[in-house]
Design a protein around this ligand. Structure first.
Ligand code: TNX
Length: 540
């Protein structure tokens, strides 16, 4: 078919429905191995098709049932513990306690068989099936044709993350659930939830009710990028512990682990407003009404700060089952500590001395991080911190999130620490999507093209194979200084998450940007179906 004809057919809506009736397994992210069985009779999915699995996989079966209903309108029957029937989709796992994202998806004339090596793998097999089927796939006879195939798939990285800042702008429970749905569509399995910052504390802590009563409200917000100009409107919002648990469960149903971040010792003005005694000067402090990096941070010379943090993390651990807890560590100016007698006393008492590499105050930050890490480790958890936690020395058990380029990540992998790559130039989705910034919604600054995200390889070439094993994966971040609501957030992350997903899932040798742009077109039909707001104009 020539290009003009395809364009004409697409314009008339003919091309989409004609091609959509047959499943296409070349989805985003592209499965590692797809072997279509030539000549075999296809599997014909219709409204009589049944979903069969063991009862312990009920949640995954229900997810698949809902996905297929969205795509076809069919309400397929789910049956537990049956085998040997035809016209069925079988779901199974090799072992329920294996941590593996690998799966196989086999389509034969009688049935579809999705087998996860572990439960997570099964879920990603379900994602591949739904994306292969595509939007509006039912033909005039009421069937969806699935050519026989054998897919074997496993991701490149186990940590495939997406972050959301809800401090600068609050997103409702429904918004966060939509964000999780979008992540699931892209096989993203870690949700890094930035819950606290200078501009608002957003999570209920029962032992410290002021954090949300007072700390979740700022009296106004700076207007756009106009420093010194404020809107005069109080702004606030927070999640109750019940809402948090609801979201954690919603994420778990989508095989997403929620990693909460309580950012310390900087980015704490929300908390300092409620407890001014936790700062070096004693305040008063306001919940910040502007963006940037505040000099007012927690005072590590004060024992009460550690009591406060332990109280907070005790409740955080009760709400979040994740092994990893993110404790921030970024952008903590040391000016207050330099002038604070309590901080200087702590430095003396710990025998800390500055040297050519780091100031005494930088070593003091390292003391804070290590002390909180120990508390969390003693409770069976592990920490992630932004790459500043390397300054002044890092314990061997901390995982480093490399955001100021890749240098921190390379260094950390070199000394044997685990690393998550999220370098600003590739992974900051608060940057512009086009150079023509005037015609884009407001963004933080910078320009991060889709192709650059697509081309990113999170394992630096200079690492030895042993060091490379420490690169657990990569994540993109959405900071929300200039992003007021979920519509805007969606626009910033879509279709970028599709490019990110291939960088997270696929081997670099299997990636091709032109091919991706073609496959993206079918994925965009899902964005349309679910009414996600996305940046148009990339797909081919
Ligand atoms: C840096 S990345 C920050 C955030 C800002 C972001 C804006 C990081 C660890 N800290 O506090 O929101 O830049 O892009």
């Amino acid at each position: 078919m020539n290009k003009t004809l395809i364009t004409m057919m697409a314009g008339l809506g003919l091309y989409a429905s004609a091609s959509a009736a047959t499943a296409d397994y070349r989805v985003v992210p592209l499965p590692a191995e797809i072997n279509v069985t030539a000549g075999a009779k296809s599997f014909m999915l219709n409204k009589e098709t049944q979903i069969c699995c063991a009862e312990e996989l009920a949640s995954d079966a229900r997810m698949l049932q809902q996905y297929l209903k969205d795509l076809t309108g069919f309400e397929l029957n789910v049956r537990y513990g049956v085998s040997g029937i035809e016209n069925a989709i079988y779901l199974s796992v090799a072992s329920t306690d294996t941590l593996s994202d690998a799966y196989s998806l086999t389509v034969s004339p009688c049935c579809v068989d999705i087998k996860g090596v572990g439960p997570d793998g099964l879920f990603f097999g379900i994602q591949t099936l739904r994306k292969s089927i595509g939007v509006d796939p039912v033909d005039a006879k009421g069937v969806v044709e699935l050519p026989c195939v054998e897919i074997k798939d496993t991701p490149r990285y186990s940590y495939r993350g997406m972050h959301l800042d809800v401090s600068r702008h609050f997103m409702s429970v429904a918004d966060v659930k939509e964000y999780l749905d979008i992540m699931a569509l892209h096989n993203i399995n870690r949700f890094h939830w930035h819950l606290t910052d200078d501009q608002g504390w957003r999570i209920e802590i029962k032992s410290h009710p002021e954090l949300t009563e007072k700390g979740s409200w700022r009296k106004e917000t700076m207007v756009a990028k106009n420093w010194g100009e404020f809107d005069g409107t109080p702004y606030g919002g927070f999640y109750t512990q019940d809402e948090i648990r609801d979201i954690v469960k919603y994420a778990a149903d989508r095989h997403i682990t929620v990693i909460p971040e309580i950012d310390l010792p900087g980015h704490m003005q929300g908390a300092l407003h409620c407890y001014p005694n936790l700062g070096c000067t004693g305040g008063p402090y306001e919940v910040w009404t502007q963006w940037g990096v505040s000099d007012d941070v927690l005072c590590p010379g004060n024992e009460e700060v550690f009591k406060f943090l332990e109280d907070v993390f005790t409740e955080i651990m009760q709400m979040f089952p994740s092994e990893y807890i993110h404790i921030g560590g970024d952008e903590c100016p040391k000016v207050r500590w330099k002038d604070c007698p309590k901080c200087q006393q702590r430095i003396a008492e710990q025998g800390i001395v500055g040297d050519d590499e780091h100031s005494a105050e930088e070593y003091l930050q390292s003391y804070v991080i290590k002390r909180i890490e120990k508390y969390l480790n003693d409770n069976g958890r592990r920490i992630i911190g932004w790459d500043e936690i390397l300054e002044g020395g890092v314990s061997s058990t901390a995982t480093v999130m490399s955001w100021r380029g890749e240098e921190g990540g390379k260094y950390a992998a070199g000394i044997g620490n685990d690393v998550i790559m999220t370098p600003g130039g590739y992974c900051y989705f608060d940057h512009y999507q086009s150079e023509d910034t005037e015609h884009e919604p407001l963004a933080f600054g910078g320009y991060t093209p889709l192709e650059k995200i697509y081309g990113y390889d999170a394992t630096p070439a200079e690492l030895t194979p042993e060091q490379a094993k420490h690169i657990l994966g990569l994540q993109a971040n959405l900071w929300t200084e200039y992003i007021h609501d979920m519509r805007h957030a969606e626009y910033m992350v879509l279709p970028r998450q599709a490019a990110l997903a291939e960088s997270q899932w696929c081997d670099p040798s299997a990636k091709s940007y032109p091919d991706f742009l073609q496959r993206l077109q079918r994925l965009e039909r899902f964005y349309d179906l679910y009414n996600y707001n996305y940046r148009k104009g990339f797909s081919k």
